[in-house]
Ligand binder design. Structure first.
Ligand SMILES: *[C@@H]1O[C@H](CO)[C@@H](O)[C@H](O)[C@H]1NC(C)=O
Length: 303
């Protein structure tokens, strides 16, 4: 591991352009894992016409130690790779459109699966680092606004943003040889949650229940899926959906998507519950599914 020798671990945070009151807001920095340092970075993107940022609502994934982005508002079929502090587009494109707001993606077994953005919200395509192919195993239920995760070395999907009353918003399906199999329903209706794999199983963090009336409910809860049973294992600092969650050394780091204060927080997992939860940063604006990954202190910085 190249970064272990660094003075301390840092994470590189969200690069995204937002259209807010006709101003393009750019959020781009390296943040120390303990929150003690925040350093501006400079990563370039190809020019795009209009006021939609290149990175807006693109999905991101690490595949074979490289960062890729997929789709997003500026071009729903683009695939780009981060090379030398610049996003460079690949010659190949996605087969179908993708957007990280209602679609879900996961890096799993040397492929990136991009799923549920397109009608009928039951299928995926898979990208191998060069090109993308259709994945023919359809889920049993619709999962637009759903979430992918990895549980016991299998891919899992939970939640959906269907119309109320269809009773599929809690549906959880596991990809086994031969197809997707339904397992225990999630305890509550849920969309746009986040997941992280732990040795005991998989955690589901935050999310949103669109509810029967406008407004809906954001969650701050964390649930564990273990032995195909769901249990409540703790709360985050505040209700949040569309966050990016990943592991960095002994910490699990959550970078807020949609929430009140846009916190960046970290916690430890002790096999049974979350502990030592602390806020290490706060973003000035709301970024859905921020592009975040582990890096080093001097990664693409401006000085
Ligand atoms: C989690 O948050 C809920 C709602 O605020 C609260 O009722 C509950 O006691 C909290 N549980 C833990 C373990 O913090």
């Amino acid at each position: 591991m190249k970064f272990v020798k660094e003075r301390r671990f840092l994470l590189f945070l969200a690069i995204k352009l937002l259209q807010q009151l006709l101003t393009l807001k750019r959020t781009q920095y390296n943040l120390a894992i303990d929150g003690s340092e925040k350093i501006e970075t400079n990563i370039n993107t190809p020019e795009v016409s209009g006021r939609i940022g290149y990175l807006k609502d693109a999905g991101h994934a690490i595949l074979k130690n490289e960062l890729f982005i997929f789709g997003g508002s500026s071009d729903l079929k683009k695939i780009a790779r981060l090379e030398d502090c610049e996003f460079k587009e690949l010659p190949d494109r996605l087969i179908d459109r993708f957007d990280s707001v209602s679609g879900a993606l996961l890096s799993f077994m040397n492929r990136v699966y991009l799923c549920f953005f397109n009608y009928p919200y039951k299928n995926c395509e898979e990208f191998d680092g060069i090109s993308s192919t259709n994945s023919f195993l359809n889920t049993n239920h619709v999962h637009c606004f759903g979430t992918l995760g990895e549980y016991k070395n299998q891919m899992v999907v939970l939640g959906a943003g269907d119309l109320p009353g269809q009773e599929v918003r809690r549906k959880v399906e596991l990809l086994e040889i031969g197809g997707w199999k339904e397992i225990a329903d999630f305890p509550v209706d849920i969309t746009v949650a986040s997941t992280i794999t732990v040795p005991e199983g998989m955690l589901v963090l935050g999310g949103w229940n669109p509810g029967w009336v406008s407004g809906g409910i954001y969650y701050k809860s964390v649930y564990l899926l273990k032995n195909e049973i769901w249990s409540f294992v703790g709360n985050l600092s505040e209700p949040v959906s569309d966050s990016t969650v990943f592991r960095m050394s002994e910490w699990i780091v959550l970078v807020s998507g949609d929430s009140e204060n846009n916190f960046v927080e970290r916690f430890k997992w002790n096999e049974e519950q979350i502990k030592e939860l602390e806020i290490i940063g706060e973003n000035p604006n709301t970024i859905l599914n921020p592009i975040v990954f582990e890096t080093s202190r001097n990664f693409c910085n401006t000085v």
